[in-house]
Design a protein around this ligand. Structure first.
Ligand SMILES: [Zn+2]
Length: 434
């Protein structure tokens, strides 16, 4: 059993600790032991990784992943989702509770955690449901969920339409200091809609979902947040109006954070083309002004984290007419490529890109990792920034293939993923412990 690893001559990007430069990184017993500008001598029996030309960065953390277990194991399991995660450079994922047995009890939380222990690849942090059965009627037992290991409360996939209930959960969650994560969609505004309301929906003759379906709910929840002094995390922000409200609320000191999904900062509603169900999601791909606003918000700090909303679905869910197509795409194995595309376009600096994938999400949910200070867990992603590769959905480690990015060429790929000082993914191959 290897107990030490020495990464030599890497470009270490560690935003929290203000590091961006060539360093050696020594890992001992699962933790970062030393980060040094001067070359270090490898301890006896250490594995030496020549990281010349590579980035060594804090392991990525995805705040928004659908692992589908329990209940829809044909789409994904905790194991296959963890495989996809580490292949994408993620060392931790937050598992959404909208499984077919909803995670609204300690029993389901414990099941997810036990599957994650069996998978033994990356950290899995369950999120518990705000309401029992995600029905939006009765609050679930937050104390029980958090006691069992949930790191946030969310009804993701569904909004909390009842404002009084939303107000109560914001208040109640302050007792545990966990974020309430919200999928913002006023169902009375989105009803019957299949895509963003705009020129493309008109051309295709599809009923649109107006931006107000999201923005109005963000406005409501910020008002409730101000009254309750709770913690609000807005999932998959998709439009300019939401960004503006969140930016303003942050300025006023409200405890609001938010995430943006790679597909929302990459594609606009024109990607629907001629009824391509791989471009169908909730919230929908928005207009080009929205994409521009999301990119500005990624730069200026309004957005705290890039989160994938990894949503595995089977082929038959997508091989239907557009209106019936199920929402969402897989994201774990394309997130870095899409984020680095913003770096290559000059939108993000490498440091900000790394921050949005690691330090930001760790901070938002109070998770371990996200930086590489001595003593921190050796959750590390090694990136080859110049390496080009082409997405082949058939080679995904995820059990599902639903992506609009099949065939797209990316510059920059994950070459190694380390979790707790153990290499779990290297050069395209998983390193499973059993
Ligand atoms: Zn959602």
């Amino acid at each position: 059993m290897m107990t030490s690893v020495l990464f030599q001559r890497a470009r270490v990007i560690d935003p929290r600790n203000e590091v961006d430069g060539i360093r050696d990184v020594l890992v001992t017993d699962g933790r970062v032991a030393q980060v040094s500008e001067a070359p270090l001598t490898a301890p006896k029996d250490a594995r030496v990784v020549d990281a010349t030309g590579k980035w060594v960065v804090p392991g990525f953390i995805d705040l928004h992943v659908h692992l589908r277990e329990p209940g829809e194991e044909g789409k994904e399991t905790v194991l296959t989702g963890c495989r996809a995660a580490v292949a994408g450079g993620f060392t931790g994922v937050v598992a959404m509770p909208n499984t077919k047995v909803v995670n609204d009890s300690a029993l389901v939380t414990e099941l997810v955690l036990s599957r994650a222990r069996d998978a033994d690849l990356c950290h899995v942090y369950p999120a518990g449901a705000i309401t029992k059965g995600l029905k939006g009627e009765e609050l679930s037992e937050a104390g029980e969920l958090i006691g069992a290991g949930c790191v946030a409360l969310t009804d993701d996939g569904r909004p909390v339409m009842n404002a009084a209930l939303m107000r109560r959960v914001l208040q109640y969650a302050t007792l545990f200091d966990v974020p309430v994560m919200v999928h913002e969609e006023d169902l009375t505004l989105s009803a019957g809609g299949a895509m963003h309301e705009g020129a493309t929906s008109t051309r295709l003759g599809l009923r649109g979902i107006p931006a107000s379906a999201e923005v109005a709910m963000v406005a409501r929840d910020l008002i409730l947040l101000e009254e309750t002094k709770g913690r609000l995390h807005v999932a998959h922000v998709s439009c300019e109006g939401s960004v503006r409200l969140i930016r303003e609320a942050k300025k006023r000191g409200l405890r609001v954070t938010c995430e943006v999904a790679p597909h929302h900062f990459t594609l606009d509603d024109r990607a629907v083309g001629d009824y391509d169900t791989h471009a169908k999601m909730a919230p929908p791909l928005r207009g080009d002004a929205d994409v521009k606003a999301l990119r500005e918000a990624l730069v200026d700090g309004t957005v705290d984290a890039i989160a994938t909303d990894h949503a595995p679905h089977g082929v038959s869910d997508k091989l239907v007419e557009f209106e019936k197509g199920i929402n969402g795409i897989v994201g774990l194995e394309t997130a870095l490529g899409l984020t680095l595309a913003l770096v290559h376009e000059g939108v993000l600096t490498p440091r900000r890109a790394v921050e949005l994938l690691s330090e930001g999400p760790a901070r938002v949910f109070g998770l371990p990792g996200g930086h590489l200070a001595p003593g921190s867990p050796a959750d590390i992603t090694v990136v080859s920034p110049g390496e080009e590769w082409t997405v082949d959905a058939h080679r995904f480690y995820s059990r599902s293939r639903n992506t609009p990015f099949h065939g797209r060429t990316f510059k920059g790929r994950v070459t190694q993923t380390w979790v707790g000082g153990r290499c779990v993914f290297e050069d395209g191959q998983l390193k499973e412990s059993r």
